[in-house]
Structure formats: structure tokens, C-alpha cells
Design a protein. Structure first.
Length: 340
């Protein structure tokens, strides 16, 4: 009897210990994940950490946080790893930083203006050669120079079939607004010609308030490359669109990209979320689930200029998949615990 009792006690202890082990599937993601952080970029690194960057409301610094789970990002320590210059390039409008690990080094691509000309927005890159991005000093690699010098932002890089690409948004005078361009990269901070336009604001839902295509993000699944992007002004009209290409297509050929005529995610009165956009993609720790990380506001009416409003909150929800292998994003989920 004593042996049986001992076995029961040990079994109960093991069960109790197991119940305290947190996995991504058992953590509760609460939306908004992080308040007042727009343009969120989350990546799962090989070290088991999720790393996150985003635009801060003051547009003045680049922050980095990491956690073992997506939910843990909400309470993770936040480090300021770079601060804007006082004048000249990179001294105003610090926007949309994205962190990537490329060729054994860390890189952050971001957009910035100048104190003397705040709308002189261009793309820049930081580099950190440490294995741990919290170690050592981030080095400024300079501007990503494109074929013509104009308003440009939202650099997003991805690797495919041995080639590294950059997708970004840029104005093409005399056309108003921004379009999406793609090019191959020869280094993590430079692109080579040709630099090809693959999408421009053409549908009515892309031309509300401003003519905008921006904030691209790539998800490669089911023998296709899915590229989301954001369109229109950053108020409740902000929406997410979708471009699709075959994995064997020439990505520098505009004809390779099929554009969905309607947004794949937009504002929802049902859930009370408005202006979803500028997303990134990540996965569960085991790689079995895909998540879209984006920003939205939980109210519709905004006083003043939307870009000066701080309440674009980081949000997360699972990407579903249709039978034909295409992604289904649905509507932005309501505030509260995320149902998995």
C-alpha cells in the first residue's frame, strides 16, 4: 500500500509540473497584444525567441523586445537600441523598423526623414554582427539607394530560391502616392537593377484619403508567394491587400503577380476594429500555425491627422487556409483573449 501511495504521489507531482510548462499553444494571446505600437514586425529566430520591432508614437527611436512566446512579447523588457539624429538624414519620422537575421548578422531596415525636411523619407539599414542582437553596437549602414531619389519607405526583405529580394513603397513622380517595387539585393543594405513596379493604387479601396500601396510582407506556402500590403490613408480606410505569385515565377516580372481586386482584411464594425494594416507574419513555436501580426485602432473617429494619433495597437490572429491553398485572414478579431 505504501508503494502504491508513493506512485500516486509521484504521478501527481509529474502532472503538476507538466501543467506549469508553458507552450505557445497554451499561452493566451490577448488583443491588443501591445498598445500604441504600429507597423509591428515579429520574427521567430532559431534561438527560440520571438523578436519584435515597431513604430513608436514619438517617431524618434527604434525599440527591440523578445520573448519565448508571442504572448510574452506583451510583458517583455523593451530596449532602445537606436535613437534618431539631431539633424540631417535619420533625424525625423522614424518609421516601420523590421528586424531580420541574414548571413549570420542582424539587420534592421527602417524609414526616416530629416528635421530640416520631415517628408524627405528614405530607407536606411542598421547592422549588428553579434549572435545576440542585444550585444555590441548597431552600426549604421546608410541609405538603401534606389534608381531614383524620391519618397520611399517600408523596406521588407525575403529570401527565395537562393536569391534575396527587397520590396518597398516609393513615390514615382508625377504620380501621387506610393507604389510597390521589388528588386534583388546584392547586400542586406543595397539593391541592384532592375527595380520593378509590381503594384500601384488602382482600385477605389486603395485610394481613400491617399493613393497608397505600402507595408509589404511575404508568406511563402503551398507553392505560392503571398504578399500582403496596405492601402489608403491610415484612418479607418486603411486595409490589407494581396498579391500572389507562383514559386517558380520570375518575381521581377510584373505579370507574375496576380492582384486580388478586394481587400483581404478591412475595418469591422462587428468587432470594433478599424484600419488594420502594415502586418508581418510569424508562426507558432512548432511552425504548424501561421499568425498575422498587424496594427489597428479600436475606435473609428479620429481627431486631427491620423498619423499623429498614437492609438494604432499591435494585434495578432491566426491565418486560416482555404481548400485551394490560399490564405484566409478574416476580419480583425475583437479585443480580448485570442481563441485558437
Amino acid at each position: 500500500m505504501k508503494m502504491a501511495a508513493l506512485i500516486i504521489v509521484v504521478a501527481l507531482s509529474v502532472l503538476a509540473a507538466c501543467s506549469n510548462v508553458k507552450t505557445e499553444s497554451r499561452d493566451t494571446i490577448n488583443n491588443p497584444l501591445i498598445e500604441q505600437r504600429a507597423d509591428p514586425h515579429v520574427m521567430l529566430h532559431s534561438d527560440g525567441y520571438y523578436y519584435m520591432t515597431a513604430t513608436v508614437p514619438a517617431y524618434d527611436v527604434i525599440e527591440l523586445r523578445r520573448a519565448r512566446t508571442i504572448a510574452g512579447l506583451a510583458t517583455a523588457d523593451v530596449d532602445t537600441i537606436w535613437t534618431r539624429h539631431e539633424s540631417g538624414p535619420m533625424s525625423h519620422h522614424i518609421w516601420a523598423p523590421e528586424i531580420h537575421f541574414i548571413d549570420e548578422a542582424w539587420y534592421i531596415h527602417f524609414a526616416a526623414g530629416m528635421a530640416e525636411d520631415i517628408w524627405h523619407i528614405r530607407m536606411y539599414v542598421l547592422e549588428n554582427k553579434s549572435a545576440n542582437p542585444y550585444d555590441d553596437t548597431w552600426v549604421e549602414k546608410g541609405q538603401v539607394v534606389t534608381d531614383w531619389d524620391s519618397f520611399s519607405l517600408d523596406a521588407h526583405t525575403f529570401e527565395h530560391r537562393g536569391n534575396r529580394y527587397l520590396v518597398w513603397a516609393q513615390s514615382e513622380p508625377p504620380e501621387p502616392g506610393t507604389s510597390l517595387f521589388i528588386a534583388e539585393m546584392d547586400t542586406p543594405w543595397s539593391v541592384i537593377s532592375p527595380q520593378i513596379k509590381i503594384s500601384q493604387p488602382e482600385f477605389e479601396w486603395e485610394r481613400q484619403g491617399h493613393n497608397v500601396n505600402e507595408g509589404a510582407a511575404v508568406l511563402i506556402r503551398n507553392d505560392r508567394i503571398f504578399m500582403t500590403y496596405s492601402a489608403s490613408a491610415t484612418d479607418h480606410n486603411y486595409s490589407i491587400g494581396l498579391l500572389t505569385a507562383d514559386i517558380y515565377a520570375d518575381l521581377l516580372d510584373p505579370e507574375s503577380w496576380e492582384k486580388s481586386p478586394l481587400p483581404v482584411m478591412k475595418s469591422s464594425n462587428e468587432t470594433g476594429q478599424y484600419g488594420p494594416g502594415h502586418n508581418s507574419f510569424t508562426t507558432s513555436a512548432d511552425g504548424k500555425l501561421d499568425y498575422i501580426v498587424y496594427h489597428a485602432r479600436n475606435y473609428k473617429e479620429i481627431d486631427g491627422e491620423p498619423l499623429r494619433n498614437p492609438d494604432r495597437h499591435t494585434r495578432v490572429q491566426q491565418v486560416q487556409w482555404n481548400e485551394d491553398g490560399t490564405p484566409y485572414f478574416g476580419i480583425p478579431v475583437a479585443d480580448g483573449p485570442l481563441e485558437e
